[in-house]
Design a protein around this ligand. Structure first.
Ligand code: HSE
Length: 298
């Protein structure tokens, strides 16, 4: 019998909330697994990145193994079938989807010994930061922190009328490269700027007073460094601000750029699509909403 897990894409940081804010989005990968007589067999449909996906380094398989090792179970063999819709290396949580999907599938396979909080802790250990894996697991808008092996989080749901206009470039950017671009130290004033904005942004989401988002979403801790990693990124930010489209942020480690839209008309959508096309015709735009459910095991 197959175990099927559906996991949402995620966007992390949301501007000022570096490594602590994340939202699950309405774009999904599915992972089906079953125990077989021998070997490891991986099949991938949809978006394929490289042959890592079909060998032992497969992230779903590695994440499943984490549960097997923890509980001391050795399966005879494992069959994995992935259907990938979340683009790789774009800052939309494709790794988090593999990790959360693999952990949940293996947990189900061995009879569900671990709680979702325990699964989250393992997922953070694998990923290194909580802001993609937490919303992938729980859905909605998740504020999460992890330090000294302790993970704390609060999940809230968001209104589905909040639109995420997702600008995706043809070229990817690895999270590793994007994290290496960050400084070791920041100026006190910039830290204060981000603390205020992150708090204001959370309050805006929670209260539904979206009018403050355009102000709250600006960041000084990671975006200024990462926008220099790809020529079009800075140009899109400048062009969007010139057009008074200020509710934009780098999704996770980038290079995807998201514009938030809470209007009833399609003006922002048209404007953002035009900005992307003006800067670089190779960018595509997807329109997504929040996923408030998180990963589902069937
Ligand atoms: N918070 C992480 C980062 C997210 O910005 O590096 C990675 O997707």
């Amino acid at each position: 019998m197959f175990i099927k897990v559906t996991v949402p894409a995620t966007t992390a940081n949301i501007g000022p909330g570096f490594d602590c804010l994340g939202i699950a989005l309405s774009l999904y990968n599915t992972i089906e697994v079953k125990e077989i007589e021998e070997g490891i067999k991986v099949e991938v449909d949809g978006i394929i990145e490289n042959d890592l996906e079909v060998n032992k380094e497969n992230l779903v398989y590695k994440s499943m193994n984490r549960i097997f090792k923890e509980i001391g179970y050795t399966p005879k063999g494992i069959y994995i079938r992935q259907v990938n819709n979340i683009p790789f290396s774009r800052g939309l949580g494709s790794s988090a989807a593999c990790i959360v999907g693999g952990l949940l599938a293996a947990n189900e396979l061995v009879g569900n010994p671990y709680s979702k909080d325990q699964i989250l802790k393992m997922a953070v250990e694998i990923e290194g930061h909580p802001d993609n894996v937490a919303p992938a697991l729980f859905g909605g808008f998740v504020v999460s922190t992890s330090r000294n092996e302790r993970v704390s989080y609060i999940k809230s749901t968001l209104n589905e009328n909040l639109k995420f206009l997702v600008g995706i470039p043809k070229e990817g950017l690895s999270t590793k490269t994007s994290r290496e671009a960050l400084p070791n130290e920041v100026v006190f004033e910039d830290a204060v700027f981000n603390t205020g904005n992150a708090a204001l942004l959370v309050a805006a989401f929670m209260s539904g007073d979206y009018s403050k988002i355009s102000e709250a979403i600006s960041d000084r801790l990671h975006q200024p460094y990462r926008l220099k990693l790809m020529e079009s990124l800075e140009k899109i930010f400048i062009e969007a601000h010139n057009e008074n489209l200020k509710s934009i942020f780098l999704s996770g480690a980038g290079p995807t750029i998201i514009a938030l839209d809470w209007s009833d008309n399609q003006e922002k959508e048209k404007l953002f699509a035009e900005v992307l096309q003006t800067v670089d015709k190779n960018w595509e735009m997807l329109k997504l909403t929040v996923d408030n459910k998180g990963a589902i095991v069937e």
